[in-house]
Design a protein around this ligand. Sequence first.
Ligand SMILES: O=C(O)CCC(=O)C(=O)O
Ligand SMILES: [Fe+2]
Length: 357
Amino acid sequence: MFYPTIHVCGVLAQPNYKFGAPSLQQIHYLEAPEESKAVSAALLATLKTRGVAKLKNHGLPAELIAEMFDYTKKFFALPLEDKMIAKHPPESTPNRGYSYVGQESVGSISGYEKGVSEGKQVRDIKYANGTKQETIDIGSAHDDLVDNIWVPEEKVPGFRKFMEGFYESAFKVELEILAALAIALGIPEDEMKMLHSKGENEFRLLHYPAIPASELSDGTATRIADHTDFGTITMLFQDSVGGLQVEDQQNLGTFRGVESADKSEIILNIGDSLQRLTNDTFRAAVHRVTYPPTVKVGSEEIIPERFSIAYFAKPNRTASLFPFNKFITPATPCHYEDITAWEYNNLRITKLFSGKA
Ligand SMILES: O=C(O)CCC(=O)C(=O)O
Ligand SMILES: [Fe+2]
């Protein structure tokens, strides 16, 4: 049987932690509860300090992720009129399908609830060298409420089947990660899993077109503006272009680059729903995509196109996001009203789309 190892990068709180020994699956080994706790604690500590953790050998095969990037490139290489067959509806929900120029603006949530970039709205790049920033949002094939929106099979043969399968594989890994976080947070694993049992998640394929570095230099444009994600956790895959930055949770205001040596690494961050559920003891890290570290700011260099895939894990729509009891104490009174995951998601996403052209 294959037991992938979990590699938690940048562990600060567990200096003696050795890479390679414990695995995500082994977290469930009753024989090794101490080891399970150590891995979970290391993961939590990394997220709480760095805002982000990298996971290797997490159970999603490298070939599957390579294929994911291949399909993503094939989709975005289609002529615009083909992609528009799978067009995202003009409203914010259902959040499915292909988004074209100006349809969504993460710039509109810059600073939202976080107090960052105050007074300065940063717009997404809409046109660069005649191309656009573009995304496609995909959910579960078994979603009771919302259907996916696909291009016809012959446009990218195998695309739909692959994406539906990838969704299921990523969901299994999501549950393992959530279980690990539950252990570290002292929340019953079952409670965490039940909260996510329906797999009402979304994932997004992103294509950032090539752009001259000079177009980013006046500060009014960025590839994706400062924001937090809405769900519980996000598993991100990126190519080697670079430019992703995450706010250091011990030095707020300082953003650190997160590069992937290998595109099969999962870059893990937590979202606002988990921040709510933990009554702010575990905070969602602000992140953005800007210059790759090798590019000189303001130069005439062309920043190459970039592809990434973000899998947003969300609690069941009907679940309450009221903080878990253990996080409400006389010293830490409840910061949040009760709201369902679906109401909260829609509030956030409507805000995101309010920047729509
Ligand atoms: O493209 C990336 O690396 C980040 C994407 C992202 O943060 C998002 O879609 O929420
Ligand atoms: Fe994000």
